[in-house]
Design a protein around this ligand. Structure first.
Ligand SMILES: [Zn+2]
Length: 605
């Protein structure tokens, strides 16, 4: 018998973002309208036909013919046999349920326990799988108790199964059972198993499912057969480092897949799941084991340094230093000294000998960013260092041997620089041994939700803020935005959002973007008119007047009162810091202090 695996409450809280403790059907009133309601959930569904995507909050969805799914299901059964096909579909359903549970807990962290639980049945219906009617449910996480009984009608899986095989002796809602297990297990952090005790595929008029804690079922080895992660490679790989009994591994793996960004807040962590991102990671893993020089190309902000650091971390040089140099940030006259070091007396001011970055990176990796900006002389010295493994400090006579793996990056076309005579061809060939192109964010849009969550967590921790998440239209705006500045821009937007939004409240579009950053098309797509944010047009005097009158609901504007209010709000916004408030108002600190001291008392106005 499979031993049920318990996960600590702290672990549940970490995974689900909040405590979900108890609830039952007797006290759940669907008419009470506690969020997330069906319309809340429906609002999370967002069609973006312009770029070929459908989103459920931040998860990409598919609108697929049920008959095509039936066809695939039949082919799976034919090719793999009934047992393995059932396993595959049950696990796919599990992942879907686990993802929906994560989505609901992240979007409605404060949601009523029973309403959050019920959201699973509503999403299952919204996604077109099955109509769910709860007959009874009761759960208490502190006591480790769960029991639920549901009626399933119009099961799409049954339609397809019956069309292919007619009525038989076994239940057929495999992926739907997997979904229920995935949703409830992920929500509770304890293994809950659902069984379909009646099914249309067995001749019943509707399907009936019962869910219980694994322990309460007794022997669940039969159920676990379909849920085991054995050949579920993409998930199992995440957990290769921590071997555990199969049920625990399955649950933990699903949680890991639902929240892959939940890594330590490393500034250079690379995050993603899109195929373009995975391809780059596979390429990186392959070359990291070698000593080859790697040249990263790609637009600004795509994460070239982060990739270079990862390359170093997974290489055999990981224990030795990683030294990064931004060639464009160091003046031409100093770059040689920076790279190769200086002997005392080499030039005025060189009162001490000091090693260059090459020496400091000995045994490790030297990352040269914006390599195209190197002067011809530095290019020559770099070539020698690469060819001979030797350097000389400026003003020095000794030749130093160094063992450095050089990794370079550029956001310009280096080959074009060679043609233009600005970059040495021999150095280009030396660097271009293993070129790696990193895709811009617009070519890996599927990673945007992961990156959003990653940066939200990281920036919140960094700034000591606690926004509750993103509003649906903020999510839409981010999913729709072109990101000319790539990942760095996304990170900056979210940092701005984290700082501007109130603690405990969600980040909205106006916290992320300035009006002029968003095209009219984007505003239309996210369902927001001009009222969403202040328009830059309000800079005009007559417009500003109208704008203020509308905003304040006042026929006339009293200038002194308005000034007082501006001063007060600026000081409040700066947390009482007069210098900071003065900067925002374009005043000196003394001017602001004077105006504050000489405000007319209210009675005189
Ligand atoms: Zn069924």
């Amino acid at each position: 018998m499979a031993k049920p695996q318990r996960i600590s409450l702290a672990e549940v809280a970490r995974r689900t973002g909040a405590m979900l403790r108890r609830g039952d059907s007797a006290h759940f009133d669907p008419a009470a309208g506690l969020p997330p309601t069906l319309s809340d959930l429906t609002e999370s569904l967002f069609f973006s036909p312009g770029d070929g995507r459908i989103w459920l909050n931040d998860q990409r969805m598919l609108l697929w013919h049920s008959s095509a799914m039936g066809h695939l299901r039949r082919e799976l059964v034919d090719a793999l046999g009934l047992e393995r096909a059932r396993g595959l579909l049950t696990r796919a359903g599990y992942v879907s349920g686990a993802r929906d549970a994560t989505l609901v807990r992240e979007r409605w962290p404060q949601g009523d326990a029973a309403a959050v639980f019920m959201a699973g049945t509503r999403l299952h219906a919204l996604e077109g799988m099955v109509k769910v009617t709860p007959l009874a449910f009761d759960f208490d996480i502190d006591r480790g108790f769960y029991e639920g009984e549901f009626l399933w009608e119009h099961s799409s899986e049954d339609d397809e199964h019956i069309a292919a095989y007619g009525i038989g002796t076994d239940a057929a809602c495999w992926s739907q059972v997997g979904y229920a297990c995935g949703y409830v297990t992920t929500l509770f952090g304890q293994l809950v198993i659902f069984r379909e005790v009646e099914c249309r595929a067995m001749g019943a008029s509707s399907c009936r499912v019962i869910g219980r804690h694994a322990a309460a079922w007794g022997d669940v080895s039969e159920d676990m057969r379909y849920l085991q992660a054995r050949d579920f490679r993409s998930l199992a790989e995440d957990l290769a480092a921590e071997p555990a009994p199969a049920p625990a591994r399955m649950v933990a793996a699903a949680a890991a897949s639902a929240q892959p960004a939940d890594a330590p807040a490393d500034r250079h962590e690379i995050v993603g799941a899109s195929s373009a991102f995975n391809a780059a990671c596979h390429q990186l893993d392959r070359v990291a084991r070698t000593q080859a020089t790697v040249l990263f190309t790609g637009e600004s902000g795509v994460g070239k340094e982060a990739f270079a650091r990862r390359l170093h971390r997974i290489s055999r040089r990981a224990e030795r230093p990683f030294v990064a140099v931004n060639c464009a940030a160091i003046p031409d006259t100093l770059i040689e000294a920076e790279l190769f070091g200086v002997e005392r007396g080499a030039f005025t001011g060189a009162s001490n000998s000091r090693p260059g970055r090459f020496e400091r990176a000995d045994g490790g990796t030297l990352f040269l960013d914006e390599i195209a900006t190197l002067s011809p002389v530095s290019q020559g010295k770099l070539l020698r260092a690469l060819q001979e493994g030797e350097i000389e400090r400026i003003g020095g006579t000794r030749t130093l041997t160094v063992d450095v793996r050089v990794v370079a990056a550029t956001n310009v076309d280096l080959q074009a620089e060679v043609h233009a005579g600005r970059f040495r061809e021999d150095l280009f060939f030396r660097l271009n041994v293993y070129p790696m192109h990193l895709p811009p964010l617009r070519e890996r849009r599927d990673d945007i939700p992961l990156l959003m969550n990653h940066f939200l967590r990281r920036e919140s921790a960094r700034h000591g803020r606690s926004p509750s998440g993103f509003t649906p239209r903020a999510v839409r705006a981010l999913l729709h935005y072109a990101f000319p500045g790539n990942i760095r821009e996304l990170q900056n937007l979210i940092e701005r959002g984290v700082i501007s939004a109130d603690d405990g409240a969600p980040i909205d579009v106006r916290h992320l973007f300035r009006r002029e950053q968003l095209s009219d098309e984007t505003l239309l797509a996210i369902g927001a008119g001009g009222a969403l944010m202040p328009s830059p047009d309000t800079a005009g005097v007559s417009n500003l007047l109208q704008h203020l009158q509308q905003a304040l609901g006042a026929e006339t504007l009293e200038l002194t009162a308005l000034e007082d209010r501006l001063l007060r709000e600026a000081v409040e916004a700066a947390g009482g810091n007069l210098s900071a408030a003065a900067r925002r108002l374009g005043l000196t600190r003394a001017q602001l202090a004077y105006r504050l001291e000489n405000r007319a008392p209210p009675a005189q106005r």
